[in-house]
Design a binder for this molecule. Sequence first.
Ligand SMILES: *[C@@H]1O[C@H](CO)[C@@H](O)[C@H](O)[C@H]1NC(C)=O
Ligand SMILES: *[C@@H]1O[C@H](CO)[C@@H](O)[C@H](O)[C@H]1NC(C)=O
Ligand SMILES: *[C@@H]1O[C@H](CO)[C@@H](O)[C@H](O)[C@H]1NC(C)=O
Ligand SMILES: *[C@@H]1O[C@H](CO)[C@@H](O)[C@H](O)[C@H]1NC(C)=O
Ligand SMILES: *[C@@H]1O[C@H](CO)[C@@H](O)[C@H](O)[C@H]1NC(C)=O
Length: 466
Amino acid sequence: MMEVTTMIKYLLCFASLWAIVAADTPANCTYQDIVGQWTFQIGESGHDRSLNCTNFGSQQNPPKSKLRVTLYFPDLVVDEFGNNGWWTLIYNQGFEVVINGRKFFAFSMYKKHGKDYDSICDQTLPGWSHDIFGRNWACYTGTKGTPLTTLKYQRNSVVTEHKFTSLKYQSNTTLVGEINRSQKSWKAAKYAQFEGMQIEDMIRMAGGRKSRIPSIPKPVAVRSEHARMASDLPKSFDWRNVEGLNYVSPIRNQGSCGSCYAFASLAMNEARWRVMTNNTVQPVFSPQDVVECSQYSQGCEGGFPYLISGKYAEDFGLVLEECNPYKGSDGSCSTLQSCPRVYSTRYEYVGGFYGACNEALMRINLVNNGPMAVAFEVYDDFFSYKSGIYHHTGLKDKFNPFEITNHAVLLVGYGTDSSNPENPQDYWIVKNSWGESWGEGGYFRIRRGNDECSIESIAVQSFPIM
Ligand SMILES: *[C@@H]1O[C@H](CO)[C@@H](O)[C@H](O)[C@H]1NC(C)=O
Ligand SMILES: *[C@@H]1O[C@H](CO)[C@@H](O)[C@H](O)[C@H]1NC(C)=O
Ligand SMILES: *[C@@H]1O[C@H](CO)[C@@H](O)[C@H](O)[C@H]1NC(C)=O
Ligand SMILES: *[C@@H]1O[C@H](CO)[C@@H](O)[C@H](O)[C@H]1NC(C)=O
Ligand SMILES: *[C@@H]1O[C@H](CO)[C@@H](O)[C@H](O)[C@H]1NC(C)=O
């Protein structure tokens, strides 16, 4: 495990020989950093998706054309000729632009600087562009501001490299007891499977150290037409039991690989295949394919559902589990090339762009379209969740040095617990990827309606192409 925990998978060079580290990207860019005028330097087009953009910008692979666009908050983009398109920020990691029939996606630039990483939000790493049908690929890089300032960059923010701990987890009955006593909503338990596990592995299981987004958007106000639509929905709903039928694929266990984003993304696609085919097609997709083969994520070091359930599934497609069975570790792409790939499309942040989400929109899309990928902040007490409706108690696990992470999971339902009529509690039903023995048979419930642990901020959905 220790060589992985160095988090340095490989070094590569770009333009002025900045060293770039590939891990769950340390970029930390906000809307404020990204909004403005950009110049995209675009390479030769006409390629297929096997195009490797890693060394784009070097002499062997120079830019051929330019596109100037202006990004307005929150989702309008206008090019130099006045054509309109749309864009979205992708967490704090980069942004995607769709204009003139082409899509552009790149991670924001970052650079190692001693022990820290500088986010360089006014530049991008080499990214991928193709037409909206997934043809005609080209590499590109983006530079914000006037093109002549290319080599001046802003250190917008600094992410400090973390010290890794070699400590092993030891559950403490006192914490479990304190959680049990301090509130009535949920129960904690000790888990034999966590006992003696490396703390680093548990942090990775919950999304990884760098998954935390320091400026998660708050849910937007509910528009009146959405409030009306939401009030027509059933009071409770569960895709595991819709008139006796289960549309959710079985619980899985991601192990100590930081691949929750892949499990959540594939679980959504699996469930939506079931929903769209009245349960006659029940695929189980391969997260190992995503871990090993996706350039839109960082293997066992993390990634994000928008880029996998949506963008990877649209650009590269998904394969069934047997095409690359789960190993839970990084490796080179070993997916059987003879396996057919299936695709998804219309991927989006619920609400249309990053930061446009809220509880009503989540319920409307959940009931009408199927389960969706959500993310939430994991605090110390969450690991001990056993049953009930989770909310963060604020109790610290003093013996296990956890860190707040952002964990991707699958939203499958909602309801209201009225067992205490004086204090009915609304909740979400969520599928985790920590095995069946964790929580309520692998699921948990969490408070609904108050953006508990930011779970109502960044839901993502996509639609299988049948
Ligand atoms: C792309 O090329 C770089 C070196 O030019 C190589 O290290 C990397 O593995 C390639 N990536 C893929 C996905 O083939
Ligand atoms: C990321 O950026 C936000 C907003 O600029 C800032 O508040 C936060 O401290 C930064 N986080 C890190 C880890 O650099
Ligand atoms: C468990 O926690 C309590 C108080 O928080 C502490 O006194 C005790 O030493 C801990 N036990 C172990 C085995 O770490
Ligand atoms: C906490 O509550 C759960 C459920 O009632 C129980 O199984 C567990 O033993 C309790 N643990 C402690 C330390 O109180
Ligand atoms: C969907 O499947 C159920 C159970 O197999 C069946 O009763 C129902 O008629 C099917 N619906 C349609 C529209 O085929």
